[in-house]
Design a protein around this ligand. Structure first.
Ligand SMILES: NC(=O)c1ccc[n+]([C@@H]2O[C@H](COP(=O)([O-])OP(=O)(O)OC[C@H]3O[C@@H](n4cnc5c(N)ncnc54)[C@H](O)[C@@H]3O)[C@@H](O)[C@H]2O)c1
Length: 297
């Protein structure tokens, strides 16, 4: 059976173009009422071209869907609250939040100044707090919610010139890990995508796969994560070009020695790095349990 979003209300941030637009169209096409948020910035977050969200609303309506535009900035607490108010006043509820808005201020670490750090953290990382927090209160009361954050391979694996961006993106992984744990008993699920798509953010980079990187292929993964039937929570999925794959932080069994010295570390790196029987702990307590097992406790 097709995954329908009839009766659900979805907020998609940064949905005036690129990936966010594709997510909004996909959710709208599947019956969700969509709040298309986009304040309309340049790639670096400067300037405002606020008509972009309204254009996507028209596109959703042309597909037979229902949507409303919102031009608040996700980078402020007030903006996030106003955005969730838009959803509630337009549609009476909110069920899904897709945190997608983003900017880029790439610099080598050597050249990174405060202006390249704060705005990036404000939009990507704090933006997810600003928008998800007011939605969370509603999710808990109604006993249902879906949160998706947009992370990046720059955070999972590192990328030259993206210290602030990568930090923000990996911060989002920590956020959904905790939201997954705290939301479980309210049927609130929180997951991350690490997209690969051709948008204005990536069109400047030479990429032999460019013609395969339709943002809509990422939206299929986002739509699944937003659906009532999705049981995943606290997971990170890489999505692009039609491929979807799990990204995870795992832990080797490691080396244990009750009187561990620096020399022991040096001499046992092979065991430290041996990934036979590695684990992916479900929470930080699970690490303690593995340690207890290895210590025979
Ligand atoms: N394109 C990729 O391959 C790729 C890879 C990894 C991660 N991402 C992430 O995907 C997300 C979408 O990026 P995209 O590639 O579609 O780029 P994009 O520049 O087309 O989209 C970002 C949108 O966010 C909006 N925005 C920026 N600041 C905002 C704010 N404060 N409030 C509201 N809206 C704001 C912009 O106006 C823009 O429309 C970003 O978080 C980006 O970091 C993209």
């Amino acid at each position: 059976m097709d995954l329908s979003f009839d009766g659900r209300v979805a907020v998609v941030t940064g949905a005036g173009g690129g990936l966010g637009r594709a997510h909004a169209l996909e959710l709208g096409r599947r019956g969700a009422k969509v709040v298309v948020n986009d304040m309309g910035t340049s790639l670096s977050g400067d300037g405002v071209e606020s008509g972009r969200a309204a254009i996507v609303v028209k596109e959703i309506e042309a597909l037979g869907g229902t949507a409303v535009a919102d031009v608040n900035s996700v980078a402020t607490t007030e903006g996030g609250e106003a955005l969730i108010r838009t959803a509630v006043s337009a549609f009476g509820r909110v069920d899904v939040v897709v945190n997608n808005a983003g900017i880029l201020r790439d610099k080598t670490f050597q050249n990174t100044g405060p202006d390249d750090v704060d705005p990036v953290l404000d939009v990507h990382l704090k933006g997810a707090f600003n928008v998800t927090r007011p939605a969370w209160r509603i999710f808990r009361e109604q006993g249902f919610g879906r949160v998706v954050v947009t992370s990046s391979s720059a955070g999972f694996f590192g990328n030259f010139g993206q210290a602030s961006y990568a930090s923000a993106k990996m911060g989002l992984v920590g956020l959904i890990k905790v939201l997954a744990i705290e939301g479980r008993k309210y049927d609130i699920r929180a997951n991350a995508v690490g997209p690969v798509a051709l948008t204005r953010m990536t069109e400047g980079f030479e990429n032999p796969l460019a013609d395969r990187l339709d943002p809509a292929l990422v939206s299929s993964v986002v739509a699944y994560l937003c659906h009532d039937s999705c049981e995943l929570s606290g997971e990170v999925l890489s999505a692009g070009a039609g491929r979807v794959a799990r990204v995870f932080v795992g832990m080797t069994r490691g080396y244990v020695n009750g009187s561990l010295s620096a020399e022991d570390v040096r001499d046992h790196l092979a065991e430290v790095f041996d990934d036979t029987g590695y684990q992916v702990p479900g929470n930080s307590l699970a690490e303690m349990e593995l340690l207890a097992e290895m210590l025979g406790k």
